[in-house]
Write a protein that binds this ligand. Structure first.
Ligand code: HEC
Ligand code: HEC
Length: 384
């Protein structure tokens, strides 16, 4: 069940793909119980972990495997500890097979079989399709729900809506709202300085810095100057390869592989909106969606590895939300970033309030200053 206590236990149990560490709420001891060594580049989950057997998961990269664990956990409304005894403590045993873990393995095979047999291999059925954040799926419509709030689930893949403006027109308006193509063309690099704020006080606050170099290099750092014993979390993408240093993460420091690498490449390229139209060849506009009291034009691009769903404020034309979904055999992995409080910096608008949400954590960042077109040491984007 999605009660806060459950979510917090989940967070503390400590997950996935290094992203969690953004919130900084992982249990170090639990993490170290796994990572006696970091995975080597290109190492598969089946090789790195001791007891990964399913055809669907064993060929994944280690970080994509942990993303899949996050999808399973949230799709069923569980904690890691519901399948892995002691997760969140230093007594965790990830390897041992428990009854729910055995069932989960069968379900992973079942989902692959359903999609193969009945949907020509397209990923139409996922754990969430049936479970909807319940451990056991419900079988009958609840009459209370039928007559109460509307279902808020959204489609990952939007259906093009011909009554909406063409996607390229929406993207052009966004570029104009930011300051115009000409000004943006002159944006070669920037550094954003701010603070990160852990959700509900979890994870503590950190010094948050983003370094971006056109067209597609980006590094995010969270440092904890008030806690000298706490190592920084760093995500780099040098234009080809991404690295994560997540000192409290399950994998420690590792090179991004597979879908997570494609996700990092997308995020880096999005740092320079002047190139946004080139990021996908199939941009489309879906129907408008409301968030709170505001209406948003939804534009989506799809590639082999990434689905990017962009929400533009219908009034200001500015980008307010990006949900990027990366692939996983058990259901897509969503990462959502909110952009608000745009301020002018030398004629270009930058969002000063950022909000990050992913399957196992969330945090906010407040940007205090942006330096544009400053020289950034290339080492900043390399392996940390
Ligand atoms: C519903 C049950 C379930 C939940 C919840 C779950 N897992 Fe798993 N986990 C599995 C299964 C099943 C496997 C084995 C997969 C296979 O054989 O392909 C596994 C394997 C693992 C392994 C590999 C262990 C080894 O060395 O063999 C790790 C690490 C892991 N999970 C981490 C996590 C984390 C972190 C979470 C919480 C985000 C989590 N799991 C939540 C079912 C679960
Ligand atoms: C087609 C619908 C469907 C899909 C898709 C599905 N499940 Fe299930 N799952 C069920 C049903 C129904 C049950 C309950 C069976 C029962 O009560 O004996 C269940 C039970 C489970 C249980 C045992 C829960 C318990 O407390 O006994 C686990 C664990 C589980 N599923 C994991 C998964 C995972 C992981 C996925 C995605 C890889 C998945 N399921 C996808 C229908 C589905």
């Amino acid at each position: 069940m999605k009660f806060w206590s459950k979510r917090l236990t989940l967070a503390i149990a400590g997950i996935a793909a290094g992203w969690l560490i953004m919130a900084g709420i992982m249990n170090r001891a639990a993490a170290q119980a796994v990572a006696s060594r970091p995975p080597t580049p290109k190492e598969t989950a089946g090789h790195y972990f001791k007891n990964v057997q399913t055809e669907a998961l064993k060929g994944l990269s280690t970080d994509d495997f942990l993303s899949a664990m996050g999808v399973i956990t949230d799709s069923l409304g569980l904690d890691c500890a519901d399948c892995h005894p002691g997760a969140g403590t230093d007594k965790v045993d990830w390897v041992v097979d428990t009854p729910p873990k055995r069932t989960a393995r069968k379900m992973i095979d079942m989902v692959q079989a359903i999609n193969k047999t009945h949907f020509a291999g397209a990923q139409e059925v996922t754990c969430f399709t049936c479970h909807h954040a319940r451990e056991k799926p419900s079988t009958t419509v609840s009459l209370d729900n039928l007559y109460s709030a509307p279902n808020m689930d959204k489609d990952d893949i939007v259906t093009p809506d011909k009554d909406q403006p063409a996607a390229t027109a929406v993207l052009d308006r966004y570029i104009a709202a930011l300051g115009g193509a000409q000004r943006l063309a002159g944006l070669k690099s920037y550094v954003m300085h701010g603070v990160s704020i852990g959700y509900e006080g979890l994870g503590g606050n950190g010094q948050f810095t983003v370094y971006a170099n056109a067209p597609n290099q980006r590094t995010t750092e969270i440092r904890f100057p008030d806690h000298p014993d706490r190592a920084p979390s760093i995500w780099t993408y040098d234009g080809k390869v991404g690295w994560v240093t997540a000192p409290r993460g399950l994998l420690g420091e590792y090179e991004l592989e597979g879908s997570n690498d494609a996700g990092a490449a997308f995020e880096a390229a999005m740092s320079f909106p002047q190139n946004i139209k080139t990021l996908f060849t199939n941009w489309r506009t879906g129907s408008m969606e409301s968030i709170g009291d505001s209406d948003y034009i939804v534009v989506e691009g799809i590639s082999k590895d990434v689905v990017a769903k962009l929400y533009f404020d219908a009034k200001t034309s500015l980008l307010t939300r990006v949900i990027r979904f990366i692939n996983s055999p058990v259901g897509r992995v969503p990462i959502q970033v909110g952009y608000t409080d745009y301020k002018d910096v030398n004629g270009i608008k930058f969002p000063m309030a950022l909000e990050f949400l992913w399957l196992d954590g969330r945090y906010n960042a407040e940007i205090k200053s942006v330096d544009i077109n400053t020289a950034i040491d290339p080492k900043k984007f390399a392996k940390p």
